[in-house]
Write a protein that binds this ligand. Structure first.
Ligand code: SF4
Length: 510
């Protein structure tokens, strides 16, 4: 059997890092870990090829070669999926699809021959057994509350990937999150009880990556890496530290976690020692009423600013997610978000409009209230909403544009970088592994941002400040100038484009 695994094209988003990747000669930020894991579940005597359309063009010859085309996608890849389906149908290729997009919205894809939904460890073996018996079904869904044990998850097939084309590799430790935020689909997809891999599995995955020649960043893709703190502190991080120390710390890590990370000094110290450099945290909003509305209880009744600063002081960069468009957002929310983000020193602040994802508790509420206008595009930084907001749409959109463009103007952005670097304690004694791509990125940054860019004064001021006041933060300061360039271009280009609301939000209030 010849299987072509295809990862459809992504649109340009906040996280695509399109404008930053060209500084380091990389094609994409992260690899398609889901497809690589699916590949590990397929019979070993099948012939496999993988095309990530974000890295390599998909040729008709690739499609013609295959007996089956396996597709995995997230909601944000919808357009790429549609293009791919059209091409497969044109060449009469059989398609098998899975992943978050299809698991939630499978009814929208009747043209797919076989929908293998939910987590592949459960449903893919059932499809493969039926295929071998000559009676494959159209759809394979997990039962209610049926979650696989992650000990059955195979090693991702890194050998199928051109790893050097990516900025970072990906690894998954756990699935599921103990919290239950109203807008989030993670508990819907993976449940509320975090399931974890064993330390042997994690070490085997690190080892596999290492043997395939990877050195550099690894993104732990877990939606909440600290969902099971006990196992993390007692087993996983100590095992990782031993393995990394023996090899001279070839990897650095970033991940996602809930704000209660700030409550655990020991865990913070462990993460930094192992080589975690940054953590993405869903802060969402400084407005308590909106936190109550969305059930983000872990963020309530705490000093969010102090929590962020504590994490930074421990030596972790904090990336933050922020949302505009909650029913309880007051008219002052735009200025409050700007103030909060500036004070926090969260350099990478992803501010998005609330989007209502299918299947979530928020979707159910909005549906009951008759406020769903369309299905979400899956991109919350795309100037689109898919529900009738309480705040007039024109006002919400104008406020959103004001927040994003203000935060990434050089004046605000560079001020925030310095606010962060002042607070941040880079881990002492960590060896910096300088790689050729870093040198190339530095030279390109000097040329593009230090000479050609009209905002070059800010660039030189930041580098000068960092060299004089905190020389150990210099590499990070350079990296931030490149990130800032991407975010500024992304939000400015977006603000100039005409908004394209999904459905038609009533411009007045509901
Ligand atoms: S903490 Fe994060 S992953 Fe967990 S439910 Fe809330 S938004 Fe989702």
């Amino acid at each position: 059997m010849k299987i072509l695994l295809v990862y459809p094209r992504f649109p340009e988003t906040f996280w695509s890092f399109k404008h930053a990747l060209r500084f380091i000669n990389k094609k994409a930020a992260h690899p398609p870990l889901g497809l690589l894991t699916v590949a590990g579940l397929l019979p070993t005597d099948w012939e496999l090829r993988l095309v990530d359309e974000n890295v390599t063009p998909l040729e008709d010859a690739d499609l013609r070669w295959a007996d089956y085309v396996f597709i995995s996608a997230m909601a944000v890849q919808k357009e790429g999926v549609r293009e791919l389906i059209t091409r497969c149908r044109g060449l009469e290729k059989k398609m098998v699809a899975g992943g978050p997009l299809f698991s939630v919205s499978w009814e929208e894809y009747p043209e797919i021959d076989h929908l293998v939904l939910g987590e592949a460890e459960l449903t893919l073996p059932r499809f493969l057994a039926d295929l071998a018996a000559g009676c494959p079904q159209h759809r394979y869904s997990p039962g209610p509350d049926e979650w696989p044990d992650l000990s059955t998850t195979p090693l991702p097939r890194w050998d199928l990937l051109a790893i050097q084309k990516y900025n970072a590799m990906s690894l998954q430790y756990s699935r599921g999150c103990p919290f239950d935020c109203e807008f989030c689909d993670i508990t819907l997809l993976y449940g509320q009880k975090p399931r974890t891999k064993s330390k042997e599995q994690i070490i085997a995955e690190l080892d596999h990556l290492y043997r395939h020649g990877w050195r550099g960043g690894v993104f732990m893709v877990d939606d909440n890496f600290i969902g099971n703190k006990k196992a993390l502190k007692e087993e996983i991080l100590p095992a990782m530290e031993d393995w990394l120390a023996q090899r001279g710390y070839p990897f650095t890590f970033n991940t996602q976690a809930s704000i209660n990370l700030a409550d655990d000094d020991e865990l913070l110290a462990d993460l930094v020692r192992v080589g975690f450099e940054s953590v993405f945290i869903g802060i969402e909003t400084p407005h308590e009423g909106s936190l109550t509305e969305c059930g983000k209880l872990q963020n309530k009744n705490r000093d969010l600013l102090a929590a962020v600063k504590k994490i930074q002081r421990h030596g972790l960069q904090v990336q933050g997610g922020f949302i505009l468009g909650f029913d309880h957002d007051p008219p002052t929310i735009f200025e409050r978000q700007i103030d909060f983000i500036q004070q926090s020193g969260i350099v990478t602040a992803m501010v998005g409009l609330l989007n209502v994802l299918k299947g979530t508790k928020l979707y159910q509420r909005m549906e009951r209230e008759g406020r769903i206008l369309a299905e979400s595009s899956g991109d919350n930084t795309g100037q689109q909403i898919n529900y009738q907001p309480k705040m007039p749409w024109e006002k919400l959109l104008a406020g959103y544009k004001r927040v994003t463009t203000t935060l990434y103007t050089p004046k605000y952005f560079y001020r925030r970088v310095i606010a962060f670097l002042q607070e941040y304690n880079p881990p002492a004694g960590r060896k910096i592994h300088a790689r050729l791509e870093h040198g190339i990125a530095f030279v390109k940054a000097l040329f593009w941002l230090g000479i050609w860019d009209k905002d070059r004064l800010y660039f030189w001021r930041l580098l000068g400040w960092s060299l004089l006041k905190k020389p150990r933060t210099f590499p990070l300061a350079v990296a931030y100038t490149i990130y800032g360039f991407h975010f500024r271009k992304f939000f400015l280009e977006q603000a100039e484009s005409a908004p394209a609301p999904l459905g038609s939000p009533d411009p007045s209030t509901v």
